[in-house]
Each structure stands twice: as structure tokens, then as C-alpha cells.
Write a protein that binds this ligand. Structure first.
Ligand SMILES: [Zn+2]
Length: 314
């Protein structure tokens, strides 16, 4: 029995016990989507109006599944009983007080398989006065601590707001991992960029990119060498900052997520490779700086024209 099916059962059972404004609508959607994986994920992901509910259902489900063996129908019923006994209001309070360590947050990234439509949406501007803002950041923080990612956009975790979290933009560390397979487990930049806006793109680089939302799709992508970006931090302070090199590559990838664009859209070459094969491949296909100075779009056009010329001449 897979996780989405169980989520669906939990959603039904849970909603029967709790007083929510859109309970009827929610319940109807849950019933309609009961055993269809994609629509159920969309339904849970789109329940952003009550961010807590969507989060809560997924977190508790994943968390409990890790602690319990769920194989038979009876296991499922036991599981639902357990999840249903957790009080949503209590959980909300815990989140507010940041004491949610009582329930470890284990989160799954939304993928092109679970809901590509969700990933394709344009994220909304984050309200800097939103009480939930720190909870959103916590979700990103918790996921990135556990996950093997360079960075994440909030929408990948079911929060369609313009927020980016940077974990590792350190090329030296990335290359060390590529060459040795050894990870610096505790390394985390923990940088949060809210409502970022790229105002300038200069130069050109190339890198073979992967993405937590795109499964094993591995693509060759051109990105600017340097970007000038405006953004807000958690203290509502506005920044105007220049990002260069690998940092600019990672940020450009995440920035695209905010507009529903994935690296597989931009890649001119695409392979399907698992993590270990990607690491091996990157040993001979390294991050490369093509230009540090010229206009990004002109450089990109040059490459495109050159390639089209090559195709014609073949
Ligand atoms: Zn990504």
C-alpha cells in the first residue's frame, strides 16, 4: 500500500473528526481523488489555504509510516487511528511556539511524477508579515538538512511562495564530493532569500544539473556567470547582491522553480542517471565558466546559432 493511498484514508478519517471551514469541500475532493495518486497529491498540495492541514497530513503520515510497518488492511486502520488521535489545534500551537521537535518533520519533495502541474505553477509573492513565514522556512530547513540538495525552492515542498533556501553553493565542497564520494554532512549555509528578483545576468557557465523534483533526470544547462539579485531576508531587510560562479548557477535553477520552470526545460542534453552515476559522470563533465563578462542572452544566442549551424552542415 503506498503512501498516497494512506494519506487519502487519513484525510477522510481525519476530516470527519475536525471542525474545518471548508470541511465539506475538502472531504468531497478527498473522496473523489481517493485512490488516484496524482489527483490526491494535487489535492493535498493545493490545500495551501490551510497550510497546516496539508503539512500535517503529510508529515504525520510519513512520520508514522517510518515507525510502523504498514502492510495489511488492519495495519492501515491502526495507523489511521493513531494519526487521527493527534489534535490539529495542538499541533498548530506547537508549530507557533517552535516546539515542533516533538514531531520530527520528515518531508518529501513534490516531483514531476507526483504532481508536475503543481510544480508548474507560478509561486506567489511571500507576505513578509505572514505569521506562517517562519514555519515555511522551518520546513525548508528541515528538508535541506536531511536531503542531498544544493538548495530548494519552497514550491517543491508544497509551499507555493517565492522563497529560496540555499544549503550548499560551495564549489570546492561539491567537487570534493564528486571526486571522493565523501560528504560534509553538517555543511549548511542556511541562507534564505524571500521574494528574490534577478535584475541583471552576465556571462555564461555550464553544468550538469539534477533536481529533487525531477527524479533521475540529469541535464546539461547553461546559466549566467553572475547575477544581480534583489531579495528580502527574514528580518524584512531588503538586499541587493551580486552572486557569482556556482552560487549563481544554483540560484538561477531555484529562481526558475518560482516561475514553474524546471532544468529539464532548459537542458540541451538530458540523461536519466542515478546519483552514483551522476557523480561519476561529473568527474569528466565539470562545472565550467565560458564567459565572465558578456551579456548572458547574447552568449546563449551565439551558442544556439552555432549549434543550429552545425546541425545544418551535417
Ligand atoms: Zn530543482
Amino acid at each position: 500500500m503506498d503512501i498516497e493511498k494512506i494519506c487519502s484514508l487519513v484525510a477522510k478519517k481525519y476530516l470527519l473528526k475536525n471542525d474545518l471551514e471548508d470541511k465539506k469541500l475538502f472531504l468531497k475532493k478527498a473522496q473523489d481523488s481517493s485512490y488516484d495518486k496524482t489527483s490526491l497529491c494535487e489535492f493535498i498540495n493545493n490545500s495551501d489555504e490551510d497550510f497546516f492541514l496539508g503539512t500535517f497530513l503529510r508529515l504525520t503520515t510519513i512520520y508514522m509510516l517510518k515507525k510502523m510497518e504498514v502492510k495489511t488492511r488492519r495495519d492501515v486502520n491502526n495507523f489511521i487511528e493513531k494519526v487521527s488521535s493527534i489534535n490539529l489545534e495542538e499541533y498548530k500551537e506547537l508549530l507557533k511556539e517552535k516546539k515542533h521537535s516533538v514531531m520530527p518533520i520528515v518531508y518529501n519533495s513534490i516531483t514531476i511524477k507526483t504532481s508536475e502541474k503543481y510544480l508548474r505553477q507560478k509561486s506567489a509573492k511571500a507576505d513578509l508579515n505572514d505569521k506562517n513565514l517562519s514555519n515555511y522556512i522551518d520546513v525548508l530547513d528541515t528538508f535541506c538538512k536531511k536531503g542531498e540538495v544544493f538548495a530548494m525552492a519552497a514550491v517543491q515542498l508544497g509551499i507555493p511562495k517565492r522563497i529560496i533556501y540555499l544549503k550548499n553553493t560551495n564549489l570546492e565542497l561539491v567537487e570534493k564530493y564528486i571526486n571522493t564520494g565523501k560528504k560534509d554532512e553538517d555543511y549548511n549555509e542556511q541562507r534564505v532569500l524571500i521574494n528574490p528578483k534577478i535584475v541583471k545576468r552576465i556571462g555564461l557557465t555550464e553544468f550538469w544539473e539534477a533536481c529533487a523534483s525531477c527524479l533521475d533526470n540529469f541535464g546539461h544547462v547553461y546559466r549566467p556567470y553572475e547575477i544581480e539579485m534583489e531579495y528580502y531576508d527574514l528580518n524584512k531587510k531588503k538586499h541587493n547582491q551580486i552572486f557569482k560562479g556556482f552560487e549563481a548557477t544554483v540560484l538561477s535553477h531555484e529562481y526558475d522553480h518560482l516561475d514553474g520552470i524546471l532544468h529539464i526545460d532548459k537542458a540541451d542534453e538530458l540523461f536519466v542517471m542515478d546519483a552514483e552515476k551522476r557523480r561519476e559522470f561529473r568527474k569528466t563533465h565539470k562545472y565550467n565558466i565560458i564567459s565572465k563578462t558578456d551579456d548572458y542572452l547574447l552568449l546563449l544566442n551565439d551558442i544556439k546559432n552555432k549549434r543550429e549551424g552545425e546541425v545544418k552542415n551535417e
